[in-house]
Design a protein around this ligand. Structure first.
Ligand code: BES
Ligand code: MN
Ligand code: MN
Length: 462
């Protein structure tokens, strides 16, 4: 281990510069304009795996963007870790809120990151995080200390729902066979308070369209006599939460798992400062479902949120128009036992039911995924916890996260294995927001911790 850690120390600069190069490629999976950049990124990842010492490196085509695969199998009797990550990133919009180019990575100091953080889209989610595994692997290979088998699977469609990954896993079961999946794509509580994610929420995502008249109309000539689809859509959306902020879709909570008092107490014992939270977001009051704390609202409770709403005139000045159509994108975060397809059906039925006769509505489902919980008593979890203890000097706190990584439930279903979510980012790193960044402390801490994880896992799994 000493050799591996000193290799890491010696190569810090190189590790950083390589990540900066990776961050310069705009791998935006949602926007077809970036198709070339997507393939270029896949090439970059494949080359980096090869350079680090992986074998059988492949850029595996899918009906969408390719999956990059690589492996190092040292002994069939030893356990196999499948490292999963994603090389695609979210669109950087709104661009004018970035203080530097989203694909021109620069290092800046912040209050939380006094040693500096890399500002770029994808720095924390997930290029900076999966690349820690490539570098930790390089360090173990270079010092001849890889203690078990490792496979890498870095995909390019996580941010758009990983639709092709389920079939890919199904078709490549043998190639992907492993004892566990290791993922660094989540957050820790703070740089001096390590944690391991033991839960992810599921997701149902829909787009709705409300149509009134067959064309835009003069709002003076027709206004008051013909439905305004924006007014109607707003009312429909508003009605989907009651005065306690419960979601009103019939059956929505039916499958929601009841969490015991004891478990809730443990959850709420995690370090969290509501005053700081509000201060950071510049809000006077938090908002959410009655009867639950902020930590519970973002982990064990489902949500319904409008992600975008549009229609009518949004240009300069004023235009008196009665629009024909209104649209919204709506996401529902789900918790264990809620099935995303069922929830999408319930939403669709309800949305159609509450629409007045003066409009027509259309609901188009987008991607979805199931929630996941991972055990805290498995060898896999304990090895990760021990590794974090080695490098942070503190036992990590198990915590359920609010985000979604739909492939985690699929790994369980298709490959029959559990994942460990050992992320190193911070929730405040601006994932999916302007000025996304990843702390240098976090990047290096991850690279240092991963070899310890491999060591403990190989020993404990024996
Ligand atoms: N890495 C995130 C998920 C995440 C972030 C989990 C922070 C826990 C803490 C992932 O890339 C992501 O953004 N997932 C999407 C879902 C996907 C289907 C688009 C999400 O959660 O919105
Ligand atoms: Mn991610
Ligand atoms: Mn993401």
């Amino acid at each position: 281990m000493k050799k591996t850690q000193s290799y890491i120390k010696k190569n810090k600069k190189k590790f950083l510069n390589e990540l900066l190069d990776l961050l310069k490629i705009p791998s935006i999976s949602a926007d077809p304009k970036y198709k070339k950049a997507m393939f270029k990124t896949a090439d970059f990842v494949a080359k980096s795996l090869k350079d680090a010492g992986a074998e059988n490196v492949e850029i595996c085509p899918t009906p969408g963007y390719p999956v990059v695969y690589g492996e190092k199998l040292i002994d069939p009797k030893k356990p196999t870790v499948l490292v999963y990550g994603h090389y695609d990133v979210q669109p950087p919009d709104p661009l004018d809120l970035w203080t530097s180019g989203p694909f021109e990575p620069v290092i800046k100091k912040t209050k939380i990151h006094p040693k500096g953080a890399i500002f770029a889209r994808g720095s924390a989610d997930d290029k900076g995080q999966f690349y820690m595994h490539v570098k930790a692997f390089e360090a173990m290979m270079a010092t001849d200390s890889l203690p078990c088998n490792v496979k890498f699977m870095i995909e390019g469609e996580e941010e758009v729902g990983s639709d092709n990954l389920g079939p890919f896993c199904q078709a490549n079961k043998k190639k992907l066979a492993c004892d566990m999946v290791m993922i660094s794509d989540t957050s820790i509580i703070a740089n001096d308070c390590p944690s391991i994610s033991v839960g992810l929420r599921g997701l149902s995502y829909v787009e709705v369209e409300v149509t009134a008249a067959n064309r835009d109309l003069h709002s003076g000539v027709y206004g008051g006599a013909v439905a305004n689809p924006i007014n109607i859509l707003s009312k429909m959306i508003a009605s989907m939460h009651d005065e306690n902020n419960h979601i009103t879709i019939p059956g929505f909570y039916d499958a929601v798992e009841k969490i015991s008092r004891k478990e809730r107490k443990a959850m709420n014992a995690a370090p969290f400062d509501l005053t700081e939270y509000k201060k950071d977001l510049e809000i006077d009051k938090e908002h959410g479902e009655k009867g639950f704390t902020t930590l519970e609202r973002t982990s064990i409770r489902p949500t319904l949120d409008v992600n975008g709403i549009w229609g009518g005139y949004i240009g300069e000045g004023a235009k008196t128009v009665l629009p024909s159509k209104a649209y919204a994108k709506i996401s529902m975060r789900l918790v264990p036992n809620q099935k995303h397809e069922k929830i999408t059906k319930l939403f669709t039925k309800h949305f159609k039911k509450i629409a007045p006769k003066s409009v027509k509505v259309k609901v188009t489902p987008h991607h979805g995924g199931e929630a996941a919980v991972t055990p805290t008593d498995s060898v896999e979890y304990l090895a990760a916890a021990k590794a974090m203890e080695d490098t942070f000097g503190k036992t990590p706190i198990p915590q359920r996260g609010g985000g979604s990584i739909p492939i985690v439930a699929l790994f369980e279903k298709v490959l029959g294995v559990k994942s460990v979510l050992m992320g190193f980012g911070l929730d405040s790193d601006g994932l999916h927001s302007p000025n996304e960044h990843y702390g240098l402390f976090n990047y290096y801490k991850g690279i240092e911790t991963i070899p310890y994880f491999f060591k403990h896992y190989a020993e404990m799994k024996k």
